[in-house]
Design a protein around this ligand. Sequence first.
Ligand code: MIG
Length: 838
Amino acid sequence: MDKVQYIGAVLHWSKQGNTLSFLTGSGAVQMTALAPDLIRVRFLRPGQREADWELINLDWPEISIQVQETGEEVTVFTGELTVRVGLSPLRLSFYDEQNRLIGRDHPQGGIFWRGSRVGCWKEMPGDEHYYGLGEKTGFLDRRGRRWVMWNTDNLPHLPTTDPLYQSIPFLLALRQGRAYGIFFHNTWRSYFDLGKDASDRYGFYADGGELDYFFIYGPDPKKVLFRYGQLTGRAPLPPRWALGYQQSRYSYYPATRVLEVARRFRERDIPADVIYLDIHYMNQFRVFTWDPQGFPAPKRLLNELAEMGFKVVTIVDPGVKKDEGYWVYAEGISGDYFCRYPNGEPYVGEVWPGPALFPDFSQARVRRWWGELHRELLEAGVAGIWNDMNEPSVFNVAGKTMDLTVIHGEEGRERTHAEVHNLYGFLMTRATYEGLLRLRPGERPFVLTRSGFAGIQRYAAVWTGDNSSWWEHLAMAMPMLLNLGLSGVPLVGSDIGGFMEDGHGELFARWIQLGAFCPFMRTHSAIDTVAQEPWSFGPEVEEIARRYIKLRYRFLPYWYSLFWEAYRAGLPPMRPLLWEYPADPVTWGLDDEFLVGKDLLVAPVYRPAIDQRQVYLPAGTWINYWTEERYAGGRYYSVAAPLDVLPLFVRAGAILPLGAGSSPMTAGSNSSGNGHQGLILHFYPDPEVKESTFLLYEDDGHSLSYQEGHFLETRLRLSWAEDGIRISLEKAGNYNPGRTFWQLEVHGLDREPAAVLVGPGRGDGEKEATVEWPVASAEISSAPGQRAAGHRPCRRSPVPLDGEDDAGWFYDRKLARLFLRVPDQDRAQEIWLQLTAE
Ligand code: MIG
């Protein structure tokens, strides 16, 4: 057994541009300042080959750094960070602008290696908390365990089960309200030991490859994720329909059954956008084929579904059936697209179709071929692709996956499966995503994946695989999805109702309530389990499902704007409370409630027979979405939660763009194809909140033209002053949603305004060309100036506005709410609710 070696003392150091190189007896350590808050550290050992997986963005504008040497230390100043490099032995310490220690190599550790294993130990303060690491079981805070990065189809998901399908070696650390991140850029089997080996240190190490990590400084967790998104890529906007409700089953079979399920949704007035076809749609599990008995006329089926407003997503697994008469297999053999053993024999593994071969997605030419294979599916009308089993999962073998000696890569650039394994799913979704993009240029691809790696957000949505219909898994979905979000993946969800085992009504009701506020909302269940459609558990549960699915659709404009924020700034729409309240110790481990955006707090019930639950409300005032009751935050409340109630709170000062009560049938395909009908802007003014903003984002919902600037951003602003409430709407961008009127509802007004004045706003309307921290959508600018000239009184209506194309306002004393309609204008608009007579 090799002995652990530590990095040792620096023999010589030098500086080129923003990179410092330190030579030790073990190799060279390179430290590069990519940005004032982003430091890359690499340990280069003799004879090592660089990984080049296009996982990270290395295109950073050069920044200026200052370097100082004192006897035993080299100090680097980036403007935001001070990095002190101890020379004997080599140790890194990171300090903030106020010279407070953020983190440092462990005094007895630092960079180490043993044979091909390589890693780094860091000091672990007793009060530091850890998040991220992708898809893991357990609670929100990752501290105290050793976690493994090795994509595995591991069942069932017990509290101790690790690893699962996704590996995302990104750690978000939070201490006393201040955050930093570590991204370990290494695809080999790797480990994050967060205090298991010793209680005063944490470490990350891999069984091969390089020690290559990025230190990202906050102190705001949003800033860490912003940089992480710049480094590993951001999620493109999903097609709007992918945010709607989706129904799946392993498997809906045959075609008539699919139609029957789809029809039931429409008959029962339950909105849904997508229906999934699991493995039985294929001819004996041959990918890119249709079962001739069950699905004799796929085009006709998909047409009929499209007429009902349904999109179809089909599953595609990586294993290609070994069958001489099967064209995909034949093409793969003649093109030399499959993975091979070092001796040239193709690798064969047992999966659904029996013995199967596995495409080598690490090669660009193979990805191209695979992408092209989707042509017929798309021509038949398939809207999106679901990639499963792509860990890859292999039956009846000890490691549940491919042999580690199998070779990937072009000649001369070969890599073993041990190095490529964690990337296999990522590369498969890349092939799928890029294929869909080529086949349907200009349209947003939709890919759903089980397996992935850091950066998976660039190509796919992620669902958390085979959970079970257990209350424990309803509870676990929250920390799992929250940490996936903190690992840079915004479009995530768990199988609603649970996949394995038999679901039941109470569980389904509670799960659909949670699912309505998860980014990706899909019900799915396994073969041989009880049916799990919204109507499967009797009329009471059906009514609850209908209500919460409709609520999902109401919140779509809000969700959609949050996905814009995810695209622009890498911020997750579903977020733990610590995201917005990092200095509040209660939030550090809180994972049975969460935020959607900054303005909505969701506290699902996750145990049976509950009609009350404890809800922690953080600082500020919170408003019960259902009752409009107001609560002072900073403490727990016991909140009523009978079976049909999901506790839901709105932050005082919030602005929520919501769909009108009559929800569109589908997210992506209402009459104008953009889902904008019936938008209502809800304002929740509060005297304690002087000003708040929300960036409403709109576009065509399906094309890529937003990347060329075809979108509309409306900056909504709400401010409270002595004399009244000001609301302003500032539009920027060149997408026209065809709106003639804005509809507004102002909540919590205990008296009728003396007057409502409407007029032009200041409207600088400037668009920023680049996104820099702090991001525009998170920014709160100075309060709008005095009321501009030219404001006119708006007509007060003594009766509720009836929806005619007419401006006016109506005050409902009982609801304490003001309803307002104002014509849309080209310029910025300002609305002034005069609370005291002038
Ligand atoms: O071995 O395609 O996680 O969602 O329904 C099971 C059948 C293979 C696993 C997926 C699940 C899917 C199932 N698949």
